[in-house]
Design a protein around this ligand. Structure first.
Ligand code: PFF
Length: 447
């Protein structure tokens, strides 16, 4: 039974806090770099508008009408075949799996906040050595910060929707926006800002192939927190008579705005002080610290602020990745919030330790299968299989399993004449796109 509900702003900030995460500030810039900039950004934005918005409305709707944990919500809305459809609710498990590495990465960020205060690497080469030493030899460092991350996330979850999740987002989200805007103001004074705009918005389609397309669609889903039960679980605590359409548009706007803002700032710094639009996951942990070094003392200040913003973004998403399974055990097994939060926290904490070990020199070979590390496998299974599958199931569920009149009674007043368009997208466009994406990502992984 739910008692505490989000306020209107509280809900929008919490859902945006879920959406704005490591995906926006860490992953978006580096995959944009990898796939050549503007053309990739364009495909990503078109996907967000055409598919992301529709699926987010569907996911919010399921939570809003179901009012319970993800599994119960599916059951409640499709009584005819509830034993089948309830499996749709187990998309919440994906969030918990993602948490096993998400918490480790948040740990790296904490470590970088602490070290950026005093030292920054003087070259990209040195930055590479520092990062690689942490990743491959720094077991205790990673463990320490992963433990800190686990502690904060679990504590917030034990405080519940109002006293924990809403409060966290009310403080961290505005702080995050302020930090990024402040850094953007500084970036605006540099000549390379125009180059950065050019890089992100001028389309060069030569680097776009079907894989780039699948990566863009996959990322659109990940960054909007779709297909893992996070938005659904938060929506179960949305206030009565909430407007799902405007709430969705706010969340999508904030998520896209922050991704673009972060991209512009990072690329400006990398063009001005660093080695250009670096590719790959090292962008934030390797190229950027080296660029900050070139800025002198101001660089230390910016580095700390930047990693703080990244930590804020990560924490608000992490809480939303874990909450769906917490809610599941509370609703289905009558566990106390304390017990559910601690158990889920311990799960991602312990598997997270194995994820750390999978990168450590001495233990690596025992945790590698088919040349892919545990980290790669978890990322593959969650982002390439579970997430598109979750999107597919939700689209089919609202499109075919729940009575149309029921769906229309909530959505028609807000969507007006665009209702039919939305419904059509869910029934045919989204499922097709999801299948294409899954096949592509699958083939790429095993290439
Ligand atoms: N949207 C988050 C990010 O961009 O990092 C990640 C995420 C959070 C994905 C919650 C899925 C989710 F349910």
């Amino acid at each position: 039974m739910k008692i505490a509900r989000f306020g209107r702003i509280g809900f929008i900030l919490a859902a945006a806090g879920s959406a704005v995460g490591l995906g926006n500030i860490w992953k978006f810039p580096y995959i944009t770099g990898e796939y050549g900039g503007g053309a990739f950004v364009l495909i990503y934005m078109v996907t967000v508008v055409l598919i992301g918005v529709s699926v987010m409305m569907a996911e919010m709707l399921i939570g809003y009408m179901g009012r319970m944990d993800t599994v119960s919500s599916f059951e409640k809305l499709a009584p005819a075949k509830k034993h089948l459809w309830k499996f749709g609710g187990f998309q919440a498990l994906a969030g918990l799996f993602v948490m096993t590495f998400y918490s480790v990465v948040i740990g790296w960020i904490f470590h970088y906040i602490a070290t950026s205060l005093s030292t920054l690497p003087s070259s990209v080469k040195e930055a590479e050595t520092v990062f690689s030493a942490m990743l491959h030899q720094g077991f205790w460092t990673q463990l320490f910060y992963h433990t800190l991350s686990f502690g904060i996330i679990t504590y917030v979850l034990t405080r519940g929707i109002k006293g924990g999740i809403e409060k966290l987002n009310l403080v961290l989200m505005p702080s995050l926006v302020l930090i990024l805007l402040g850094m953007c103001l500084y970036a605006l004074t540099l000549d390379t800002f125009a180059k950065s705009v050019d890089f992100m918005f001028t389309s060069d389609f030569s680097k776009i192939d079907s894989n780039a397309f699948a990566v863009a669609v996959g990322h659109a889903f990940f960054t909007l927190s779709l297909g893992m039960g996070a938005i659904m679980t938060y929506a179960a605590s949305m206030e009565k008579n909430a407007n799902i359409v405007t709430n969705t548009l706010w969340v999508v706007f904030l998520d896209t705005f922050i991704a673009i803002l972060a991209g512009l700032v990072l690329f400006t710094f990398l063009f001005e002080y660093g080695s250009g639009p670096a590719k790959g996951p090292g962008l934030v942990f390797i190229s950027l610290p080296a660029a900050f070094f070139e800025m002198g003392v101001l660089g230390n200040f910016f580095a700390v602020l930047f990693f703080l913003a990244l930590a804020f973004a990560g924490l608000t998403s992490a809480v939303s990745l874990t909450e769906p399974m917490v809610q599941y055990f509370i609703d289905r097994f009558s566990w106390s919030r304390l017990k559910a939060s601690l158990s889920m926290g311990l799960f991602f904490y312990l598997v997270g330790v194995v994820v750390i070990l999978s990168n450590i020199k001495e233990t690596k070979e025992y945790l590698t299968w088919g040349s892919k590390s545990l980290f790669d496998w978890i990322d593959f299974v969650t982002a390439s299989i579970m997430l598109p599958l979750g999107g597919l199931i939700m689209a089919l569920f609202i499109g075919f399993a729940v009575e149309k009149s029921r769906v229309a009674s909530v959505m028609q007043p807000h969507l007006g004449f665009t209702f039919e368009l939305w419904y059509f997208t869910l029934r045919y466009v989204t499922p097709l796109a999801m299948v294409v994406v899954m096949v592509n990502l699958y083939m790429e992984f095993f290439k």
